[in-house]
Ligand binder design. Structure first.
Ligand SMILES: *Cc1c(COP(=O)(O)O)cnc(C)c1O
Length: 329
């Protein structure tokens, strides 16, 4: 968790309008019990040991994560990077020193084709700083896709100007947003998403499953459909990381599986995110699927649909070839 409490004027007025008992308050203000539990960690994803260069995290062969800033407009009480965010001085040096080390590293790592820029919230950088960072990343030829993670449309929608949207579109950025509750889908947020979509910025959203905040089927249905209406594809629903002090926010893993299986089949397939757990220690994101609801009976696969009804698919027995190594296209 983060020790820093900060809230944008916009999000504060949203929380005020939702009333004193709204569960979203707990995600911003330190109202919960934050005592550490056994198994909690300040760095649950093992990011420190997977940083060949400060602020650059490399746990997958194809992709790399850059921590562009340690600032956010609002600090989340369940933040997995609470050990870093909110610091007034960046311990790794000046932005230009840090970035030139990243660009050198990227140039030498030809397998990396996907760069995810996160933080902190990269949209707390100025337009000029962001444009410079994106241009620097884009200079490396083997980097083909660039993503930026941000909570700004949810907590600071005024940040999303046509000029910013044009910078993101110019560098062909995929924007990964962070929404946790349908109450965040205000008129201002809708306007921000419209501005981004109009500029041609593809939008996806990540949601952390949070006990007492969004761990019920109606809240998640409202959130995922609401995002889809605003042209934001729900991408991941995350099991909350076991970051120090976050236990009051965590649900049992089975709860997420139950929610996903209740949603699956009922809601539009486009509204359904992948439920995933980020493996402690740097194992990466592991998708979790509800009880694989099929088995083989001779030449048929017997499957169970979302209503619990059985269906049969003809599929002759006969073995599959072992998977070859993933080809690099
Ligand atoms: C989440 C993450 C990514 C991106 O993972 P996707 O599943 O491709 O969205 C990349 N690197 C690190 C270190 C991450 O934590």
């Amino acid at each position: 968790m983060s020790n820093h409490v900060q809230i944008s004027a916009y999000y504060q007025s949203l929380l005020e309008s939702l009333g004193p008992d709204h569960p979203l308050r707990r995600t911003v203000f330190p109202l919960d019990d934050f005592s550490p539990e056994p198994g909690d960690s300040d760095d649950p994803l093992g990011e420190e040991i997977h940083s060949p260069v400060p602020g650059l995290i490399h746990t997958y062969p194809d992709k790399v994560l850059l921590l562009a800033t340690l600032n956010c407009a609002v600090y989340c009480r369940y933040c997995t990077r609470g050990r870093l965010v909110g610091k007034t001085t960046n311990p790794w040096g000046t932005k230009s020193e840090i970035q030139s080390r990243w660009f050198q590293w990227l140039g030498k790592h030809e397998k990396v084709r996907d760069v995810l820029i996160s933080g902190g919230d990269p949209l707390t950088l100025s337009d000029g700083e962001l444009d410079g960072l994106l241009a620097g990343v884009r200079k490396t030829d083997h980097v083909r896709t660039v993503r930026v993670g941000s909570k700004a449309p949810a907590v600071w929608p005024q940040r999303i100007t046509p000029a910013l949207a044009d910078i993101l579109a110019k560098h062909r950025v995929w924007l990964q947003l962070h929404f946790i509750h349908p109450a965040e889908l205000t008129q201002e947020t809708t306007q921000a998403c419209d501005t981004l979509a109009a500029a041609g910025v593809p939008l996806v959203s990540q949601t952390v499953l949070l006990k007492g905040i969004n761990d019920d089927v109606n809240t998640l249905t409202g959130l995922f459909y609401g995002l889809l209406e605003r042209r934001v594809k729900p991408y991941y629903l995350f099991q909350c990381d076991p970051v120090t002090g976050s236990s009051s926010f965590r649900t049992p893993v089975e709860k997420g599986l139950q929610l996903i299986s209740e949603l699956q089949g009922r809601v539009s397939g486009l509204a359904l995110p992948v439920f995933a757990l980020d493996a402690p220690g740097g194992g990466g994101k592991i998708p979790l699927l509800p009880n694989s609801r099929f088995h083989r009976e001779g030449n048929e696969i017997v499957l169970t649909n979302y209503e619990g009804k059985e269906y049969r698919y003809p599929d002759p027995e006969g073995g599959i070839q072992p998977a070859a190594e993933t080809p690099r296209l």
